[in-house]
Each structure stands twice: as structure tokens, then as C-alpha cells.
Design a binder for this molecule. Structure first.
Ligand code: G4P
Length: 526
């Protein structure tokens, strides 16, 4: 065990994000293999294990076969501690992913070489852009007849609004995929389709004009020479600080399923990815190496199995050292709590930990004291910023089906929204409740949980709204006028802030034009 500073400086906390099916699970599994965190090397088979058991620990997930839980996978590699925060694969749980992104210091984005940049990827990247999170792109499935490397780079730049720069370059693709040329150390990594071992053949080629290249990759040698010449003329040497500022995303090519290109991705990631970063609070900026502990809750995981009604609050440690059984201040409630069984996660296994350092994620058993964004400290009254609610995309009115259970319904929906399952907006007169989510599936989850956990019955009535925007203005009279005229579409969030529910993009654009003094925010933090 090193000093607090040494411990923090050897940590890398990140998430892998992708559009479903691009290969996030497969890549995660390969990284864990390299890290020695799992031993099952049969890629195809262990993929299945990953999908059905490892990294899934919630009943609903087993029922539906999709990942709704965000767990944390910890492994050591070359003296560094890697904290990989898993994100749900299903798009309906995107908000979970958005929140997880508030707890990481960097991101690896997986893109399918055949499908290119897909819708979900664009949205996830928008969230990364909000905090300038450094991103590394892994273009996966190069063993398929995907797109040309330059086409993919173009698409990444145009659709993700970030500059990209290849650090490795594919040699052909699909059936004729030969491997990648590592631009940063001028070596050739030759591809051998092999799902069961990690061995790769690496050849140092300092000068691409060397005829040995023709022996190794035959007809593709000249293509590679031309491509690299073009890359050298287009790109300046790679600058790590631009990556760290979130301005430039280095790009790697490979095939996760075949263990190809993963090791260089991991090693480069460990070399350049940021260590735990400072965070804004409402009082001051908190540096990770500060002696005193602080952290915030970014996710709450409820076990919907009625026999195990426990909730786990996931806390990102932001500074200092967290210790088991020590009293910490829950700032919002202004109360001291200690945690006898803080846990860390490895796939579906949980284990109790004694201590955790800035950058780590700890699971805290919770009986309902936490909500998303809550801060724990060693006494200082501060709240971390940057854990916003995002505008939902599907809206339904919650209608009570059992008047005798109105209280249970109220309590249930309030608690579920504090866990982040959905957002609820209130409309007067009549105390109507409009529930907003990013996916249809959440309504099923809410329905199920309200009934099983709170004994309340409800139905949802679909509303054809487009987006919820928090509205503010420096001109109070203008804001009041807008609220009066648009009364039917004005609601309040749980904190009582004004929200405009726009019926359509067209209407939203029009209101923005008509009310230039108003600001329309797409996240709850502004
Ligand atoms: P996800 O978590 O992003 O949703 O993707 P996942 O890893 O589950 O991968 C989606 C599918 O793509 C899987 O196939 C997986 O095997 C395949 N895949 C991942 N990496 C590569 C690659 O480098 N090349 C090719 N050709 N395929 C890849 P599946 O048929 O859905 O599942 P499985 O039966 O293979 O487990």
C-alpha cells in the first residue's frame, strides 16, 4: 500500500460505451482477460457467460437478458489499478449510462466498422462533450467487410464533433484483414484469427520501404505505404494534452472477438488516460489528493427481488481515502453515517472492502437514505456538481388505479425517481404526474416495482411530447408571461424548477425564436 497520493495516481477510472452490438461486452471481457480478472479464454463461450451471468446481477436482467445494472470491474495491469465502470447495453437504460459518465475520468468508445457511428453513439458522445471527457475510439470488427479506414475517420469527425487521429492503422479488412500498423511505434501487429489465445505476432518495421513488408503482407504492402504517407501528411504528431483536454480522440482498429488490437489499446490507454481528476462542488474545486475523503452517489441499484430488498448506492470517491466503519457526513441530510459493509464488484461477485481511494467506486448498502447526486464528506458542507438529469424523451401520465393506495403510489414514484429510474414532473391544477424516461422499458420496470414493492397499481397514458427543457430567464416578467401562455406545457420538476415540455422540435424552435430572453436547458444543471 502506497501513500494516498501514490494510490490515487495509479488509478484509471473509465467506461466503455457503444451502440448496442458494437462489441462492448466482448471488449470488456478481453480487457479483463488481459488484466487476469477472469480466466475463461474461450472467447465465444465466455461471451455467453458474460451476457448471462458476469456483470449482470439483477433479477430483471436475468428475466430479460439485457444489462440494466452498472457494475464496476477492477483489475491490475502493470502496476496500475483499472476501474472499469460497466454501462447498460440496452438503449432504454441510456440515462444510467449518462450518469455513469459523470463518474469516470475517461471513456473508450467502441464503433462497429460495418455500421459506423450509430445513433446511440452520438448521444453518448454529446454527454462526454459536456464535460470534455477524454475519449479513445476503438473501431471493432475489422475482421468483417466493413468500411474503409479513412471513411470511418471522416464519419467519426463529422458525427461526433471531435477531431480524431489514428494511432493504429488497419491493413485491409474482412477476409483479407492482415493486421494493424502501429503508427506510434512503427511496428506491425499481424492478425491471426484465433479466439482462444492472446498471442500476437509483432514485427518492428522502422522503415516501411523495407521489402520485408512485402514478404509479410504481400499485395497490401503498397497500400499500407500509401495510407501511412497520407496519414503522416494529414496529421501532426499525436499530442497527449489535446486528448486530455477532450479535443482529440485517438483511434485504434481491431477485432475484440479475435483478441486483436486489444492489448495495444489497453497499453496505450494506461499510458495516456487521465488519473482521477478534480471535481467541481458548489463551494470549491476538490482535488483528488486532498487528505480528506469526499465522494458522490451517481447510481442507485435496487434489487427487485422481494426477498432481498436491498439497494446499493454507487459512490465515486473524489478525494482522499474512504474507510469502512468510519463516520461520514451525508451533506443533504446533515447526518453522520458509517458503512460496515462497503463493497467492490467483480462481475457478479461482490466483496467487502476496507478502504478505497479517489477514483474508486464503492457500493454502499442503503435503506433509502441516498438519492442520485448525494455527497458524503468528512464534515465539510459541500455538494458535488455535474450530476445532472437529462431531458427524457418519452412521456406518460401516471394514473392511479387504486384510490386506496394513493399514498403508496406517491411514495413509490418519488423513491423510484430518486433512484434515477425515471423523472417525474408535476402539473397543476390536479397534481398530475408526468413520468419521463429515455426508454419504453422503464415504464414496465416502474409498473412492476410500484406493484411489487409498494403495493400500488397504476397505468400510463402516453403523451406525445418531444422533450423537457428547464427554462430560466434574467427577465422574470418574460418568464412569467411564457409560463402563463404555455400553461398546458409547463410542469415542475421534483425540486420545483420550471420545465417546458415541448410538443415538437418545430414548436421548441419557434418558442426559442419568440422568447429570445428565455434559455431552454436540456439538462437540469445549468
Ligand atoms: P455489445 O456489448 O456492444 O452489445 O456487443 P457484444 O460484445 O455483445 O457483441 C455483439 C456481437 O458482435 C456478438 O455476436 C459478438 O460476438 C460480435 N463481435 C464482437 N466483436 C467482434 C469482432 O471483432 N468481430 C466480429 N466479427 N464480431 C464481433 P453475437 O452473435 O450477438 O453473440 P455471440 O453469439 O458471438 O456471443
Amino acid at each position: 500500500m502506497g501513500t494516498i497520493t501514490e494510490e490515487i495516481k495509479r488509478r484509471k477510472t473509465f467506461a466503455i460505451i457503444s451502440h448496442p452490438d458494437a462489441g462492448k461486452t466482448t471488449l470488456t471481457e478481453k480487457l479483463l482477460l488481459f488484466g487476469g480478472a477472469i480466466q475463461t479464454a474461450g472467447a465465444v463461450k465466455s461471451n455467453k457467460i458474460t451476457k448471462t451471468a458476469a456483470s449482470d446481477f439483477m433479477e430483471i436482467e436475468r428475466q430479460r437478458g439485457i444489462s440494466v445494472a452498472t457494475s464496476v470491474m477492477v483489475f491490475e495491469y502493470n502496476g496500475q489499478q483499472v476501474n472499469l465502470l460497466d454501462t447498460p447495453g440496452h438503449k432504454d437504460f441510456a440515462e444510467d449510462t449518462y450518469r455513469t459518465l459523470t463518474a469516470v475520468d475517461s471513456v473508450i468508445l467502441v464503433v462497429d466498422s460495418v455500421k459506423g457511428v450509430e445513433a446511440q453513439t452520438e448521444r453518448l458522445m454529446e454527454v462526454c462533450r459536456m464535460r470534455d471527457t477524454p475519449v479513445i475510439v476503438f473501431v471493432n470488427k475489422m475482421d468483417l467487410e466493413g468500411r474503409d479506414g479513412f471513411d470511418i475517420l471522416d464519419e467519426l469527425e463529422s458525427k461526433l464533433s471531435i477531431k480524431v487521429q489514428p494511432l493504429s492503422w488497419p491493413i485491409s479488412k474482412g477476409y483479407s484483414f492482415k493486421g494493424v500498423y502501429k503508427l506510434y511505434d512503427k511496428s506491425l501487429n499481424l492478425f491471426e484469427s484465433n479466439k482462444t489465445k492472446i498471442a500476437e505476432e509483432i514485427v518492428q518495421i522502422d522503415d516501411l520501404s523495407n521489402p520485408i513488408l512485402d514478404d509479410l503482407i504481400g499485395q497490401y504492402a503498397n497500400e499500407l505505404r500509401q495510407d501511412v504517407e497520407l496519414i503522416d501528411s494529414v496529421y501532426d504528431p499525436f499530442k497527449v494534452d489535446r486528448y486530455l483536454k477532450g479535443e482529440l480522440a485517438p483511434v485504434f482498429f481491431g477485432s475484440a472477438m479475435n483478441n486483436f488490437g486489444v492489448k495495444e489499446l489497453l497499453e496505450k490507454f494506461l499510458e495516456i488516460a487521465p488519473v482521477p481528476q478534480s471535481r467541481e462542488s458548489d463551494k470549491r474545486e476538490i482535488t483528488p489528493t486532498e487528505e480528506k475523503f469526499s465522494g458522490f452517489v451517481f447510481k442507485i441499484h435496487a434489487n427487485i427481488d422481494p426477498r432481498h430488498r436491498d439497494r446499493i448506492a454507487f459512490l465515486r470517491v473524489c478525494s482522499g481515502k474512504f474507510e469502512r466503519n468510519k463516520f461520514y457526513k451525508h451533506v443533504r441530510l446533515n447526518k453522520e453515517y458509517k458503512f460496515p459493509n462497503p463493497v467492490t464488484f467483480m462481475a457478479q461477485a461482490k466483496s467487502t472492502i476496507e478502504e478505497a481511494y479517489a477514483g474508486d467506486v464503492v457500493g454502499l448498502y442503503d435503506t433509502g437514505n441516498f438519492k442520485i447526486g448525494d455527497t458524503l464528506t468528512e464534515g465539510e458542507a459541500l455538494m458535488f456538481k455535474g450530476i445532472p438529469s437529462f431531458s427524457p424523451e418519452i412521456f406518460k401520465e401516471l394514473i392511479n388505479k387504486d384510490p386506496m393506495k394513493a399514498k403508496q403510489l406517491d411514495k413509490g414514484i418519488r423513491q423510484l425517481t430518486e433512484e434515477g429510474v425515471a423523472q417525474v414532473f408535476f402539473q397543476e391544477p390536479g397534481s398530475r404526474k408526468i413520468v419521463g424516461t429515455v426508454g419504453e422499458l422503464q415504464f414496465e420496470v416502474i409498473n412492476y416495482r410500484l406493484e411489487h414493492e409498494y403495493g400500488a397499481k397504476c397505468i400510463f397514458e402516453a403523451k406525445s411530447y418531444f422533450k423537457a427543457c428547464w427554462i430560466t430567464s434574467t427577465d422574470v416578467s418574460k418568464l412569467e408571461e411564457f409560463k402563463r401562455i404555455k400553461g398546458n406545457n409547463i410542469v415542475q420538476d421534483k425540486e420545483g424548477r420550471d420545465v417546458f415540455i415541448a410538443p415538437s422540435q418545430f414548436m421548441l424552435d419557434m418558442e426559442k425564436q419568440n422568447y429570445p430572453d428565455l434559455t431552454f436547458h436540456f439538462t437540469s444543471e445549468f
